[in-house]
Write a new protein. Structure first.
Length: 95
């Protein structure tokens, strides 16, 4: 599932049902989503046929690099992790 389009999300947008639905639809299509400077995410097919979600968190503007790289195999868990991250600032741990 190589990303074909990049979709911009606003901070807090993923906290709504519509934002979470957009997140799921876009990743299933192979799109990349980003909420700079908070996070960027993309997905691809795992060896078992499932989906592997890659999330990069916390853009360091001094180095122009992301501070954390996290992986999930569940869209629901990825959404919960990003919601918690946006609410608290605590970087998720991944699966």
């Amino acid at each position: 599932m190589a990303g074909s389009t990049t979709i911009e999300m606003e901070p807090g947008q993923i906290l709504s049902k519509d934002g979470a639905d957009l997140f799921c639809r876009a990743l299933r299509r192979g799109d990349t989503l980003r909420c700079v400077p908070l996070w960027i995410t993309s997905a691809h097919r795992a060896d078992d046929g499932g989906i592997e979600i890659e999330i990069l968190c916390s853009l360091n503007t001094r180095t122009d690099r992301w501070d954390a790289e996290i992986y999930y195999f569940s869209l629901d868990r990825a959404i919960l992790a990003l919601c918690d991250y946006e609410r608290t600032g605590n970087i998720p741990e991944g699966e």
